[in-house]
Design a protein around this ligand. Sequence first.
Ligand SMILES: [Mn+2]
Length: 330
Amino acid sequence: MENHESLVEVLRLADRILIASHVNPDGDSIGTLIGLGLGLESLGKEVIMVNNDKTPSMYSYLDGASRILRPEQVEEVPDTVVLVDCTDVERVGPGLAERLKKAAVLVNIDHHLSNSRFGHYNLVDEEAAATAEIVAKLLGPLKIKLNQSIATALYTGIVMDTGSFRYSNTTAATHRLAAYFLEQGVDLDQVRDNLFETRPLAMLRLMGEALQTLKTSPDGQLAWVEITQEMLDRTGARDEHCEELINYPRSVAGVKIGILFREISPGKVKVGFRSKCGVDVNKLAGQFGGGGHRSAAGCVINERMPEVVNQVILAAEDLLKQDLKQETVK
Ligand SMILES: [Mn+2]
C-alpha cells in the first residue's frame, strides 16, 4: 500500500471526480467503478463515471450502471481522476487515456501484479483478490456509509474476480468481506440470476463452436481454444461472451496452463492465460507485452492466428520446463 493517507485526503478534498476503468469491462471494473462512484457521490461530490466500452448487459442490475458514460459524453475532465482495476493509463482505451493523462491529480487503485504505478497517488495491493476488496477498505477512511447499492456493486466485483470464490486468490478475508456485504442487504437471488443463470443463446452457441477447437499439448499440460471472428459472426456472439470460455481449457485434467486465443481483427489476436499449481502466467504474458496476475493474465499480439498460436504454445512450453527445473532444485 502506498500513500494511503494522502490518497484518502485527496479524494476527500475533491469536489468533482472522474472515475474510469479498463476496456472490455468485467465485473470487478464495473463493480468498483460504481461502488466507489456512488460512495463518493454520497459525500456530496459530483462524480463522473466513464468507460470506453459499453457495460455488458449482465451488469445492468447494478444501481448506477446506466450512469456510466462513454468518453464522447464527457465534455470536461475534472482535476481529480481515479482509475480502478487498470494496470496502466492506456488500459482505459487510447482516446480516453490521452485526456486522462493530463489530469492534475491521477489516482491509481488496482490489484494487478503488472501495475506500472502510473498515478500521482497509487494504491496497489497485489494480494487483494479484486480491486473491489481495496475499495471496500477505503470506505471507512473516506467516511462513506455502506448501503445496499454499493455493497451489491463491490460484492459483484469480488464474485467475478474470484470465479465465484473458486480461484486461488480467494482468502478467508475475501469470504469475510463477502459475508459483510451480504449483511448489508445484497440480493443474492438477483446477483446469481444475472451473473450465472442467464446467458444469451448466442453465447452458448459460441461455446459449442469454440470447444470443438480444444487442443492439448503432447504432455497434456497445456490446453487451448481458438475463437475466430467468423465464429462470432456466425453465432451472433459478442466479445463479452468470450471471457468465461477460458476456464474450460484450464479445467482439463492434468492441465497447468489454459489459453484462450481470440481474433479481434485479421492480424490481431487477444490471448488469455489461466494457470494452476502456481505457474506464473504474468511472466508469460509479459513476454508479449501484456501482464496481469500470477494465475490470470493476458496480452494482444499483432499477427495472424496460426502464428500467434505457434509462438505462444512454444513460450508456454518453455515456461513449464523452467518451472519443472525450479521444482527439482527445491
Ligand atoms: Mn480486477
